[in-house]
Design a protein around this ligand. Structure first.
Ligand code: LLP
Length: 412
């Protein structure tokens, strides 16, 4: 579904006018569609139904409680990467038994917190991490269930900053080393071998790297399954790419499923998925208001009230986000859409045919639901944007706009 369409010339989020939302809540404003979130979750669950996976929503993509709750109501678990995400997930009502904890740098405090809460398993990135979990489990009288993260060394053909399953990346252990790590870790006190994890990268647009990666770990999984009675989970991570530009071809959940289900079914393990972007990316837009239009000798700049601190993906990855006029005037302006931040790298679109706009007009930056608000900051002492959830013809504020007072809270 596309939750953001023009009706009578005005962009709507489901049945709510984005113009009205901007008037009511101000700009910059993140707007999410609950029905889009649900539709994405259901499409993936349906495509993968043969192996009935536990879909652990990757909280880092968008950690707003209203977003998490929408998936929790659908039966999702959570994929977390910090104590903060565990805190937020539990507060949103997640069952700890459906939470998996990833990341190369888990601290002692984070591990103890997760052990006490009884999470499903830790995805473990190194031997010293397994040792630390073992010590924390002994101290707290709990059991640390672990799944080593295996780095299968496949190229996911995505941006180098979001590729994680190549041997030069910091993530996981190569398959041979992982095999030795399992044999060793099985003898550690307080450790239970729960499964195997991999995650090869993000915004992957073809099913082939997923199939290749799975092929490289399938043999090891079969051996581990036969050796350890408690080895029951195969977590294949996230990474399913979405459409950012109108002419791009996204990875359909059906194609993803066809590439991975035969191997998964043959292994007979409990399948875990960790999708983030696929679930939320196209369920959100960032709405901003044009402040000025400026022209120099070589270029036109549309200057909006949203900036790199609100959405850093264009600056950080040269990511493309489609820009739409909230009220279409017709025609285009060629130029850059930039924000007020004092950096030449502060842009939302570069050398684009932007919709023709005038001062005061609203623009929507599409596909901003994943890694949008979640990566936003207070740079240039800019309060972070408000977030609104729309469902059918209702809209509710799900995070208030920060104030100037919020900027100095905690300063002593
Ligand atoms: N699981 C693990 C262990 C991960 O590290 C990630 C993302 C995911 C799951 C979810 O991946 P997804 O399904 O969303 O592709 N900030 C970047 C993306 C960084 C992804 C980091 N890890 C961006 O804006 O493109």
């Amino acid at each position: 579904m596309n939750a953001f369409t023009h009706r009578n010339g005005v962009l709507h989020a489901e049945n709510v006018s984005v113009e009205e939302l901007a008037g009511r809540y101000g700009t910059p404003l993140y707007v999410y569609s609950r029905n889009h979130l649900r539709a994405q979750y259901r499409a993936l669950a349906d495509a993968m139904r043969e192996v009935a996976p536990l879909i652990c929503y990757s909280v880092k993509a968008n950690s707003n409680a209203a977003v998490m709750r929408t998936f929790l109501e659908e039966g999702a678990g959570l994929d977390i990467v910090s104590g903060g995400e565990l805190f937020r997930g539990l507060r949103a009502g997640a069952d700890p038994g459906r939470i998996v904890f990833a990341g190369v740098g888990k601290t002692r405090d984070e591990i103890v917190y997760a052990l006490r809460e009884g999470i499903r398993f830790f995805t473990v990135e190194s031997e010293p991490e397994a040792e630390r979990i073992s010590r924390c489990a002994a101290e707290t009288g709990t059991t640390g269930r672990i799944a080593f993260r295996v780095n299968p060394d496949v190229d996911p053909r995505t941006h180098k900053y979001i590729s994680t399953g190549k041997k030069e990346n910091k993530f996981g252990l190569d398959p041979a080393r992982a095999a030795r790590a399992y044999a060793w870790a099985a003898g550690l006190p307080g450790i239970e071998i729960a499964g195997l994890h991999m995650h090869i990268g993000s915004q992957i647009l073809s099913a082939e790297p997923f199939a290749a990666a799975l092929g490289r770990v399938a043999g090891l999984c079969a051996e581990l399954r036969d050796r350890h009675a408690t080895f029951r989970a195969l977590d294949i991570g996230g990474g399913i790419g979405i459409r950012y530009s109108p002419d791009a071809v996204p990875l359909a959940p059906g194609d993803f499923a066809r590439a991975v289900t035969p191997t998964l079914r043959a292994l007979g393990l409990d399948v875990v998925l960790e999708p983030g972007r696929f679930l939320v990316g196209n369920a959100g837009i960032l709405v901003c208001r044009v402040q000025y239009i400026k022209e120099n000798a070589v270029k036109k700049f549309v200057i909006a009230d949203a900036a790199m601190n609100d959405l850093i993906r264009p600056s950080l990855y040269e990511a493309y986000h489609e820009i739409t006029a909230v009220r279409a005037r017709g025609g285009t302006i060629k130029g850059d859409l930039v924000g007020p931040v004092c950096e030449s790298g502060d842009f939302l679109a570069v050398e684009r045919d932007l919709p023709a706009v005038a001062e005061g007009d609203l623009l929507a930056v599409r596909s901003a639901g994943a890694y949008g608000f979640a990566m936003s900051s207070n740079y240039n002492s800019r309060p972070r944007a408000a977030e609104v959830m729309v469902e059918d013809d209702r809209a509710e504020l799900v995070r208030a706009r920060e104030t100037w007072e919020d900027l100095v809270r905690g300063e002593v």
